[in-house]
Design a protein around this ligand. Structure first.
Ligand SMILES: Cc1cc2nc3c(=O)[nH]c(=O)nc-3n(C[C@H](O)[C@H](O)[C@H](O)COP(=O)(O)O)c2cc1C
Length: 369
C-alpha cells in the first residue's frame, strides 16, 4: 500500500523503516539528552500569527537574493554529511533537486561525493561547507578545489571543535560503511573512517579537526580564498559582532541540528538577538527544526534572510532519492506560499515582526499553551 506524502515529516518514518539502524540513528540523533533537539521544534509552536486580511494575494513572489544570487525561495539546503548512506545517488540527487528548484545546496566537507563530482551534475548555485583540519595544506587544497569546481561561498562551521556526544552513535559504534569514502579527502588518505570503540566519527574528528580554530583563522581563510565566507553556528550577539569585525559575508544561526552542545536554546529563539546585533550589515540565516512553511515564515518575520534544511533532505533521500528531495522542497515552498497568502503578504519584504507574536508577548492565557 502506498500512501500519499503530504508533509515533510512523513519521510522520517519511511527512512526509519528502510535504513539500517546505525544509519538512521546517525541522521536522526541529537546530543546527550536531546533537549535542544526537541526544543528546536517546540519553540516554533510557541510563536503564533497575527494575520492581516483583505489584502490582494492573487500574486505571491517568493524570490530572493542570497550573496547576490537570485533564487526562487528563501529555503536552501544545509550541509549534511555522508548522503550516500541514505541513497546510492546521495549528494548528486540533492544537487539535482536543488537546481531543479532553483535554490542553493551546501555540500558538506564530509560528503560521499567530491566537489568535482557534484559540480559535474550540472549548473546550480552551490556553497561548500568547511571543516578546518589540523593540516592546513589539506584545507588549502580543498578550498581551491571547491573554488575551481564553481562553488560560490565557503560556509565555515564554527561549532565543532570536538564532536558532540551522540549516544546512539557511541552505542552503535557508528562508522562510514566500508564501500563509501569521504570523497573530498580520498586522495589525501583521509577518506576512510576507522571502526573504533566509540563513535567512529567522534574519533575521526578528534584526530583530524583543529580544536585550536579561532577568529584569527577566519582571517587566514580570507587570505587563501576570494570566496565570501559565511560562519555557521553563531548563537549570540557577542559572536555576531566579532564575526562582522572579522569580515564575514553572512551568518547562520545554527546549533548544528542539536548535535553539538545540548541545552542551547532553539535557534529560532536566538535569531532575533543575532539579527539585532548584525544591524543589517550582513545577512543572517537560520537552520534547525524547519519542517513547515509556517516555520520559514516565522524565521523571516524575526529577521532571517533565508533558512536551511538538514534532516528533511536525508530522510527524503532515503525514502525516494532525488524525487523525495524535490518533493520536500516543493512542499515547503507551497506551504510558505500559503502561509504568506493567509497572512496577507505578497512578497518576502512584506513579512514583518508584526505578523507574529512570541510567547513573552502573549496574553497570559495564550502563554500557557
Ligand atoms: C545527519 C546530519 C549530518 C550533518 N552534517 C553536517 C556537516 O557535515 N557539516 C555541518 O556544518 N553541519 C552538518 N549538520 C548540521 C546541518 O548542517 C544543520 O545545521 C542541521 O541539520 C539543521 O537542523 P535540521 O536537521 O533540524 O534541519 C548535519 C546534520 C545532520 C542531521
Amino acid at each position: 500500500m502506498s500512501m500519499e506524502i503530504t508533509n515533510v515529516c512523513e519521510y522520517e518514518e519511511i527512512a526509519k523503516q528502510k535504513l539500517p539502524k546505525m544509519i538512521y540513528d546517525y541522521y536522526a540523533s541529537g546530543a546527550e539528552d536531546q533537549w535542544t533537539l526537541k526544543e528546536n521544534r517546540n519553540a516554533f509552536s510557541r510563536i503564533l500569527f497575527r494575520p492581516r486580511i483583505l489584502i490582494d494575494v492573487s500574486n505571491i513572489d517568493m524570490t530572493t537574493t542570497v550573496l547576490g544570487f537570485n533564487i526562487s525561495m528563501p529555503i536552501m539546503i544545509a550541509p549534511t554529511a555522508m548522503q550516500k548512506m541514505a541513497h546510492p545517488e546521495g549528494e548528486y540527487a540533492t544537487a539535482r533537486a536543488a537546481s531543479a528548484a532553483n535554490t542553493i545546496m551546501t555540500l558538506s566537507s564530509w560528503a560521499t561525493s567530491s566537489v568535482e563530482e557534484v559540480a559535474s551534475t550540472g549548473p546550480g548555485v552551490r556553497f561548500f561547507q568547511l571543516y578546518v583540519y589540523k593540516d592546513r595544506d589539506v584545507v588549502r587544497q580543498l578550498v581551491k578545489r571547491a573554488e575551481r569546481a564553481g562553488f560560490k561561498a565557503i560556509v565555515l562551521t564554527v561549532d565543532t571543535p570536538r564532536l558532540g556526544r551522540r549516544e546512539a552513535d557511541i552505542k552503535n559504534r557508528f562508522t562510514l560503511p566500508p564501500f563509501l569514502t569521504l570523497k573530498n579527502f580520498e586522495d589525501l588518505d583521509l577518506g576512510k573512517m576507522e571502526r573504533t570503540n566509540d563513535s567512529g566519527l567522534a574519533s575521526y574528528v578528534a584526530s583530524q579537526v583543529d580544536r585550536s580554530l579561532s577568529w584569527k583563522d577566519v582571517k587566514w581563510l580570507q587570505t587563501i580564498t576570494s570566496l565570501p565566507i559565511i560562519v555557521k553556528g553563531v548563537m549570540t550577539a557577542e559572536d555576531t559582532r566579532l564575526a562582522i569585525q572579522a569580515g564575514v559575508a553572512g551568518i547562520v544561526v545554527s546549533n548544528h541540528g542539536a548535535r553539538q552542545l545540548d541545552y542551547v536554546p532553539a535557534t529560532i529563539n536566538c535569531l532575533e538577538e543575532v539579527v539585532k546585533a548584525a544591524r543589517g550589515q550582513v545577512p543572517v540565516f537560520l537552520d534547525g527544526g524547519i519542517r513547515r512553511g509556517t516555520d520559514v515564515f516565522k524565521a523571516l518575520a524575526l529577521g532571517a534572510s533565508g533558512v536551511f534544511i538538514g534532516r528533511p533532505v536525508v530522510f527524503a533521500l532515503a525514502a525516494d532519492g532525488e524525487a523525495g528531495v524535490r518533493k520536500v522542497l516543493q512542499m515547503l515552498r507551497d506551504e510558505l506560499e500559503l502561509t504568506m497568502a493567509l497572512s496577507g503578504c505578497t512578497s518576502l519584504k512584506e513579512i514583518t515582526r508584526n505578523h507574529i507574536v512570541t510567547e513573552t508577548e502573549m496574553p497570559r492565557t495564550l502563554s500557557r499553551l
